[in-house]
Design a protein around this ligand. Structure first.
Ligand code: G3H
Ligand code: 13P
Ligand code: ZN
Length: 311
């Protein structure tokens, strides 16, 4: 089976009340860990590549590694550009075989976001590629941000219909309180998401797939392991898994996970190197790192996303 788009995955996920995991990939071990996990639990997959990942690993290397994963697993896998920031980058990924791209115009004024997104959609759709757009800005932890500024960053439900109609996007990333990275809430702050906004968006766009970025749970087990083996991440905190499960049961069809993979890999390597200080064969520490990613992804698929058995 060749690489697929997310169209059918999202239709089934929406109807079934589950979400597809979109995992960021940067190298062979990460791709293997994720795809071996998905194979074991028969889950559809989105593998996503950021501009930084593409720069680090090279488009062709990533493309060929993902093609190898398709051959090895036989799973429906979509290859997606994460946070495309220009028409040129999206075009390059579309021309180079990706089946899905994100054009992230969320920092632009509304009309400019529409114009840029529409341009990418026109190019992509003519070539059978699907497009994710974004409205609203993901929160970052900034002490200087006051409540009304914080409110202004959430996606405004009044804008979603116009955005989707005018651009023709296939899915929409929204901001309801998640954020990128390992520090999603301030120390002592109670994690919360604006499910009221998600519900309102769902009402305005019935049946339309919504995307959640910044959705790592920052698994405490890995943070503890990193701290135990010489790291220093005392205030790392993520989105509670029950909240992600709830989002997946609603209109959220794609849940983006990167930081949790990084933490699993780093925790495993720190532990291995501490326990085996004289080892220097990369295969020795990358093997448990790959296994840690595999276990994490299986857990996410079965306990958080609910897409096991849906491939
Ligand atoms: O949302 C961003 C992803 O975690 C990718 O991060 O740009 O460092 O590859 P990156
Ligand atoms: P996390 O940093 O929470 O893993 O989010 C990843 C993401 O949204 C990639 O686009
Ligand atoms: Zn993101």
């Amino acid at each position: 089976m060749p690489l697929v788009t997310t169209k059918e995955m999202f239709e089934n996920a929406y109807k079934g009340g589950y979400a597809i995991g979109a995992f960021n990939v940067n190298n062979m071990e990460i791709i293997q860990g994720i795809t071996e996990a998905a194979k074991e639990v028969n889950a559809p997959l989105i593998l996503q590549v950021s501009a930084g990942a593409r720069k680090y690993a090279n488009h062709t290397y990533l493309m060929k590694l993902v093609e190898a994963a398709v051959i090895e697993t036989g799973l429906p896998i979509a290859l997606h550009l994460d946070h495309g920031d220009s028409f040129e980058l999206c075009k390059s990924c579309i021309d180079g075989g990706f089946t899905s791209v994100m054009i992230d115009g969320s920092h632009l004024p509304f009309e400019e976001n529409i114009a840029l997104t529409k341009k990418v959609v026109e190019y992509a759709h003519e070539r059978g590629v699907v497009v994710e757009g974004e409205l609203g800005r993901l929160a970052g932890i900034e002490d200087a941000v006051n409540v009304s500024e914080e409110d202004a960053m959430y996606t405004n439900p009044d804008e979603v219909q116009e955005f989707v109609e005018k651009t023709g996007v296939d899915s929409l990333a929204i901001a309801i309180g998640t954020s990128h990275g390992a520090y999603k809430f301030k120390p002592g702050q109670k994690p919360q998401l604006r499910f009221d906004i998600l519900e309102e968006i769902q009402n305005r766009l019935p049946g339309f797939p919504i995307v959640l970025h910044g959705a790592s749970s920052v698994v405490p087990e890995f943070v503890e392991m990193i701290n135990k083996y010489g790291g220093n991440m005392p205030d790392a905190i993520g989105i509670p898994e029950d909240m992600l499960r709830k989002a997946a049961s609603m209109a959220v069809c794609k849940i983006n996970i990167d930081s949790d993979l990084r933490l699993a890999m780093t925790a495993s390597i720190r532990k291995y190197m501490t326990e085996n200080p004289s080892h220097f064969d990369p295969r020795q520490y990358l093997k448990p790192a790959r296994a840690a990613i595999k276990e994490l992804v299986k857990h996410k698929i079965v306990n958080v996303l609910g897409c096991d058995g849906k491939a």
